[in-house]
Design a binder for this molecule. Sequence first.
Ligand SMILES: Cc1ncc(COP(=O)(O)O)c(C=O)c1O
Length: 391
Amino acid sequence: MKKAELLMIPGPTPLPEAVRAVMSSPAMGHRSAEFKDVLKRVFPSLQRVFRSKNQVFLYTASGTGSMEAAMCNTLNAGDKILVLVNGVFSQRWSEIAKTLGLNVETLDVPAGEGHTPAMLKEYLEANQVTEYKAILLTHSETSTGVLNPVRELTAVIRQTHPDALVIADTITSLGAAEFALDEWDIDIAVSGSQKGFMLPPGLSFLALSDRAWQAHQSCKHPGYYFNFTRYQKSQLENTTPYTPATHLILGLDAALALMLEEGLENVVKRHAQNQAMTRAGLKAMGLELFVKNDQYASPSVTSFLPPEGLTVDAIRAGLKKRFAIIIADGQKELKGKIMRIGHLGHVSERDVLTTLSALEAVLNELGYAVPAGAGIAAATKASREAVASHA
Ligand SMILES: Cc1ncc(COP(=O)(O)O)c(C=O)c1O
């Protein structure tokens, strides 16, 4: 019997039935009145998810497209920027910046750790006279499973560098962790469809502050495809400047309805619960978590090390072959060193329990003895505690 796959990776994430169903609709004209009605619902819902009073731009591009859009629309070649790096995706900010001719400085912390407000404060105080045009952060660093405290880090930035643009990658945090663009005084946040939005890849979103819009006004080469001005004008008329991915947007309409119906606070609570269960379950099986500090653990992905004598490949292959459960490998230097369980988007408590019990079976078969049910007992206890703490 061919089993349906359980996709427990940090994106692409599982698709809810309502999203899949609407994406199989017949073709529709992207300038039709019917499609405008869809966009008319989607745009304000995106503002609610980013918690921003301003327009949120909708790009037909993967998340990286919005990352590039954030910089090419607001910064000029030669501008000094600071990038907080602690993994593959935060590193991507500086890679894109270099291709745009920006003057990049990085503040690095080891993979598996987060940037603390105290460390950033000390660094910025020592560099008080440096005129950073932008400081770039990554909320959930998917490659390691770290959640950087973007709200607190932004507050620290405002003390010494109030005019710097704060640009945040919220690609695997939006729809998983608490986030509020306006209230937290963040200038740009970008996200992607195949993550907390429960869609296939292909759309990305960019929210911005008035400060970022002003920076755009003095940007010399904002580019063509991602140009904010073009999106601003079109979106006011409930359309897009170029042909959008119509069916992904139909799916987005359905996904946003699901998120808002569940309630954004409840979505965040569900992710916190799944995260607590995963961490507790893995620990109870004697496995070592890669992110040691619970306070810095991402609610969308949990990374852990293979036990002594077993390989990442063998464990992942066992889960796939025996149970059709897919978990992610590490990336780049962490490939083969850590595994990552995604609990992002359309993932339930049942999916987490299924994954933990399958992992227990695979580990036992590979010769690493786990007491029967140890992970499940710890995970269900963590689940009850999470529910009680949210009550
Ligand atoms: C935190 C983060 N930033 C950026 C990206 C890149 O997004 P995309 O692959 O959609 O371009 C990802 C993708 O996994 C990510 O997790």
